[in-house]
Write a protein that binds this ligand. Sequence first.
Ligand code: AMP
Length: 143
Amino acid sequence: MTVSAILKQKGHDVVTVDARATLLEACDLLAARRIGAVVVVEGDRQIRGILSERDIVRAVARDGAKGLTAPVDSCMTREVVTCREADTIDRVMQLMTTGRFRHLPVADNGRLIGLISIGDVVKRRIEQVERDAEELRAYITAA
Ligand code: AMP
């Protein structure tokens, strides 16, 4: 299965934030949308960074609650690893495992067109394993 097939099912919507928003505003967004990361974009959805709940926890541990007034820009990750629509689930899993993160923006020429989370990957993997088991069962009972 490819990233393109996953996006066809889950859609291309991605929650984004401006680099000048405060961490508190980003927290509101994460809580309201029940997600773990937001992509920081500029202009026509050009990817500038990613901010995950882990970045916010780190900022609060370092600066206390007053750190929440700092801009997203101050603690987002700037070197964002992205994938493309043609990438496979195996490739996505490899990127997440190697990079130790749970979110992978999908980009087309630097432009954000979707997001794959570890939850999306696990869901499709389980579906695949169940399909394989069902095929094996059918094969065995037919023999
Ligand atoms: P996560 O596991 O996705 O919540 O993120 C853990 C850390 O990795 C945080 O510092 C994020 O800013 C960073 N991060 C998350 N996704 C990516 C990505 N696709 N590329 C680079 N860094 C990322």
